[in-house]
Design a protein around this ligand. Structure first.
Ligand SMILES: [Ca+2]
Ligand SMILES: [Ca+2]
Length: 217
């Protein structure tokens, strides 16, 4: 005979399953990528503003669920990106991102403050892993570094008109920051190492020359 308590637990489990969308996300940023993992130079900067920052955090990202790739987000979550590309909830540090959305499949979009956005090519089902380091899983033609798809670095200038493009305006901003020897948690730091220098100029110059842009906004 099943106890009443057990039945309640089962019922609650069913309800929570019906009204949640869980997904694991993996993604790499071009800027801090070195070899197979990303650097974590901004951990102390992150710790100034957030509690619970994992020691292997690269930066914050936001993860969106969408019913249409070109549509608006129906729900967005803030998350820490870790050096191995995994993404954890910024409050709970859970690697399973737990959305309230009730559908069974969504497009997953990842945004970062100075890289171009990434989106899943296909709908991702509930409780799946969305691995955006695999080119075939990414919408469009992603940039590939050492066999892995990467979000493109250097979108430091985000004003109407060129928000989702890396161009001369982005390069100009980095040049100015380099001239002024800016340091800290700033958009011009394309490789996320806490300083603006020749390395950032090189990354943004190269990407601006190719005029990389994102079809996902
Ligand atoms: Ca831009
Ligand atoms: Ca830098």
């Amino acid at each position: 005979m099943i106890k009443k308590q057990t039945l309640w637990c089962l019922l609650l489990l069913l309800i929570s399953k019906a009204y949640a969308f869980d997904v694991k996300v993996k993604v790499l940023l071009e800027g801090p990528l070195q070899g197979a993992t990303m650097t974590t130079h901004l951990v102390n900067e992150l710790k100034k503003n957030y509690a619970n920052v994992p020691n292997d955090a690269v930066d914050l990202v936001s993860v969106e669920l969408r019913t249409q790739l070109q549509g608006n987000a129906i729900e967005t979550k803030k998350a820490f990106l870790l050096k191995d590309g995994s993404v954890v909830d910024y409050a709970t540090l859970n690697p399973i991102l737990h959305f309230n959305a009730t559908g069974n499949s969504y497009y997953v979009v990842v945004k970062h403050r100075n890289h171009l956005p990434f989106a899943s090519k296909n709908l991702v089902t509930n409780q799946a892993t969305c691995d955006l380091t695999i080119a075939q899983n990414v919408f469009g033609e992603p940039k590939i570094v050492q066999g892995k798809a990467v979000m493109i670095a250097g979108n430091v200038h985000n004003e109407a008109g060129d928000m989702y493009e890396i161009n001369a305006s982005d390069f100009f901003k980095v040049s100015q920051a380099n001239d002024n020897h800016l340091v800290g948690y700033i958009p011009e730091d394309a490789n996320l190492d806490g300083v603006v220098n020749e390395k950032d100029l090189q990354i943004v110059k190269s990407n601006a020359e190719k005029l990389y842009f994102s079809q996902i906004q």
